[in-house]
Design a protein around this ligand. Structure first.
Ligand code: ADP
Ligand code: MG
Length: 245
């Protein structure tokens, strides 16, 4: 699904991503972990077309996607959410998701055409899957932080992606909201067959349900492997987990 080799990106001479390597197979849940400033968000921006890499390769479903825009990548089946929630805060939950669905259908120029009717069923299906049906008419700006993050995932689903990229999906959530979100991610992967790439700084959380984990430090990949491989890697223990098991 995704193959990243020797990816590099500098900002004014500062190498935010130096040597990132990552593979994501179809149907996998893959986590990228690393301390703040390790380059996780920058890596996701490089993958999803927000930034252009200085060097290295990014293959999505076997195709070189460097230089493609987020919009083009979305059309190809890649969708990402952001560390900071991006929603239309004056619109309802339903309208936010419907906008994403309509946009995929290529009907952005006129919301009030019959496409709105087609999008209703699909929007309802997504709200149901995300447990948001009961909140469909709420104004988004008034939702709790946790609900906004779930909504943001729902918006990502509006483009009917194969690969979902989530930047710290549980950031700022209560432990209850976190558990709900993790359950949702498990269901998206298990029941809907989505491939998920996410980053997270809560290490325990990541080890509990990722198929594979990539560890980043100062812009470089230290290792990618199964939770057991990563947990037992001497370099990871020393550099990142502080020697704890
Ligand atoms: P993470 O998501 O792992 O916390 P980031 O990718 O956000 O890390 O940042 C990696 C490093 O790159 C940080 O030191 C950050 O300050 C720097 N950085 C990120 N984006 C920019 C930018 N647009 N301009 C300059 N420096 C940036
Ligand atoms: Mg980040």
């Amino acid at each position: 699904m995704l193959q990243i080799k020797s990816l590099r990106k500098s900002f004014d001479g500062f190498q935010a991503v130096k040597d990132a390597n990552l593979s994501v197979n179809q149907g996998e849940v893959v986590a990228v972990i690393g301390p703040n400033g390790a380059g996780k968000t920058t890596l996701f921006n490089l993958v999803s077309g927000q930034l252009r890499p200085d060097a290295g390769s990014v293959l999505f479903k076997g195709e070189d996607i460097r230089g493609l825009s987020p919009y083009q990548l979305c059309r190809k089946g890649m969708s990402r959410s952001f560390q900071i929630v991006k929603i239309f805060s004056r619109m309802s939950v339903f309208e936010n998701v419907q906008t994403a669905v309509i946009s995929r259908m290529g009907k952005t120029s006129n919301f009030f055409t019959p496409a709105g009717g087609i999008a209703v069923k699909e929007t309802e299906r997504i709200l149901e899957a995300m447990g948001l049906s009961g909140k469909r008419d709420r104004i988004c700006g008034l939702l709790s932080h946790g609900d906004q993050k779930v909504l943001e995932m729902a918006i990502s689903l509006g483009s009917d992606p194969q690969l979902l990229i989530l930047d710290e999906p549980t950031a700022g959530m209560s432990s209850e909201e976190t558990a709900t979100t993790i359950d949702l991610m498990k269901r998206l992967s298990g029941e809907m067959g989505l491939t998920i790439l996410f980053c997270e700084h809560d290490v325990e959380l990541v080890f509990s349900f990722s198929d594979r984990i990539m560890v980043m430090q100062q812009g470089s990949t230290i290792i990618q492997g199964t939770p057991d491989q990563v947990r037992n890697d001497p370099q990871v223990k020393k550099a990142y987990l502080g020697g704890h098991d």
